[in-house]
Design a binder for this molecule. Structure first.
Ligand code: MN
Length: 344
């Protein structure tokens, strides 16, 4: 297991100088955020980012994410051009030594919460999702904006895209994912790049939009699409753990044995009866996920890929990007280091 940390580039308040001081921190997980979704990532820009990270004694381990253009997810007639661009980006990343690309296939909205500032009893704040609140949320409400949502859509554009999705059900979305993977997996395989699809977060339909990467059945179907190891996954404990029917340990055990796990996101959530949850400290007894069991499985299968502490709480009066402060993610990393050392 190689420990890594998400970094949002030069604008991130969390600096590489700080990240490198976290014990055993080896890799950086990042992306080029200035490139519009769907455009090719130029080699020069990838090299520049990589160099900056290496100058700080770290490695660019994983790209998270290369976003998939909405036309591909919708199966629109112009998708082939976006897919050609995506292939070129895979080749360019490969040329720069990148071996793992995280991506997702969630329509319109990326991860979704109902609050970014849930107040915990110790005074820290964290991201949370209330299923009751979620029912009341209207994505077309002018005043509503949550990070994780693509800010590049104005409300009219959003209205238009949601309308386009009215004819896309789960089956159609599977068809569109199949079309995409049939095009890109052979290219990734040849370039020795592992594609690692991230599960939907939360792992069920929201706002009437289809969501398909969410449970055991989804993964069985995904793996059937291509047996290539380039067709792999990002196993995210927090996302998959938000569905109480997902047995994380059985799933992880199986997918590791299949060689499908290329990247690990490790965080804890406290899951309630109605499927509402709060993101907690990484430590097992704060939430619903047994971290020792998760890391034991990685140890059992001699997992050599990257793992990152996922979202953290906001603690020590830190302000910044919700879920992505320095302090709680550093505490999470240290905790995971401790488990790993014990297992070793
Ligand atoms: Mn995740």
């Amino acid at each position: 297991m190689k420990l890594s940390f998400r970094w949002f580039g030069n604008d991130d308040l969390v600096t590489l100088e700080n990240i490198r001081q976290i014990p055993n921190m080896n890799g950086i997980v990042s992306a080029i955020y200035s490139i519009p979704v769907g455009e090719v990532w130029p080699v020069e820009q990838i090299k520049e980012m990589k160099q900056k990270i290496e100058n700080n004694g770290l490695n660019l381990g994983v790209i998270e994410s290369v976003p998939v253009h909405e036309d591909i997810k919708l199966g629109n007639s112009n998708r082939d051009q976006w897919i050609e661009n995506y292939k070129q980006t895979i080749l360019n990343l490969s040329e720069c030594g990148i071996q793992t690309i995280c991506y997702n296939f969630m329509p319109v909205f990326d991860w979704t919460r109902t609050t970014l500032h849930h107040l915990n009893s110790d005074g820290s704040t964290s991201l949370a999702l209330s299923t009751e609140e979620l029912k009341k949320l209207d994505p077309l409400d002018e005043s509503l904006s949550l990070p994780g949502w693509d800010e590049s859509y104005d409300k009219d554009k959003l209205k238009d895209i949601l309308k386009q999705y009215s004819t896309v059900d789960e089956e159609k979305l599977w068809e569109n994912l199949t079309y995409f993977l049939e095009a890109i997996i052979p290219v990734a395989e040849k370039a020795q790049v592992n594609m690692a699809i991230h599960p939907d977060d939360p792992p069920y339909s929201i706002f009437g939009l289809p969501r398909i990467i969410k449970d055991k059945e989804s993964y069985a179907r995904l793996f059937q699409l291509s047996s290539s190891s380039a067709n792999g996954i990002t196993f995210c404990t927090g996302s998959l753990g938000a569905n109480p029917y997902n047995n994380l340990y059985e799933m992880l055990d199986e997918y590791l044995s299949l060689g499908k796990v290329h990247f690990m996101h490790v965080r804890n959530i406290l899951l309630h009866k109605d499927k509402s949850f709060e993101e907690t400290a990484h430590v097992s007894n704060y939430g619903s996920i047994d971290m020792v069991r998760i890391l034991s499985l990685l140890k059992k299968h001699q997992y050599t890929g990257y793992l990152r502490p996922d979202h953290g709480r906001m603690i020590f009066k830190e302000s910044g990007r919700p879920g992505y402060g320095l302090y709680d993610r550093a505490l999470g990393a240290s905790y995971l280091n401790g488990i790993w050392e014990t297992l070793s």
